[in-house]
Design a binder for this molecule. Structure first.
Ligand code: FES
Length: 147
């Protein structure tokens, strides 16, 4: 697992700010990497189409910061095939676009944690992966997707 620690001086106080974390080529397709963005542990996943998704690193079902070691896969959600990550701990499955827990495997999250993951918007500029400074607000139903 790669830990990318972003120096404090590269962080911003603007809600619209983007934090550069690494080069796209530093991320292996369908492997997670952990980054510290604005003091929060974020799990990054480069997909086969070179889009990058970012979700919280903390697994809400065990409390451990391990999701960058999760297994990338796909699931049918409605008419779409979406990229997912399965927890390396107890195999709960999360939608990498929205963070929504698609399969809690019969378990409940750790007390105080929502089952769904927070997500961050990610963009790639000139080959550099940039993560939005703040997590995307929870998805509103009729928006369909986040990030
Ligand atoms: S507080 Fe650092 S980007 Fe918002």
């Amino acid at each position: 697992m790669t830990i990318l620690d972003i120096p404090q001086h590269e962080q911003h106080t603007d809600a619209s700010a983007w934090t550069p974390v690494c080069r796209l080529v530093d991320l292996a397709p369908e492997r997670g990497a952990a980054a510290l963005v604005d003091g929060e542990q974020v799990a990054l996943f480069r997909l086969v189409d070179d889009t990058v998704r970012a979700v919280q690193q903390q697994d809400p079902f065990c409390g451990a910061f391990v999701l960058s070691r999760g297994i990338v896969g796909t699931r049918h959600v409605g008419d779409e095939v979406v990229a997912t990550v399965a927890s390396p701990m107890h195999k709960q499955v999360f939608d990498l676009r929205t963070g929504v827990c698609l399969d809690p495997v019969g378990k409940s999250p750790v007390a105080g944690l929502p089952a769904d993951l927070r997500t961050w918007r990610v963009r790639v500029v000139d080959g550099v992966v940039e993560v939005a400074a703040h997590a995307t607000p929870a998805v509103v139903d009729d928006e369909g997707s986040a990030g």
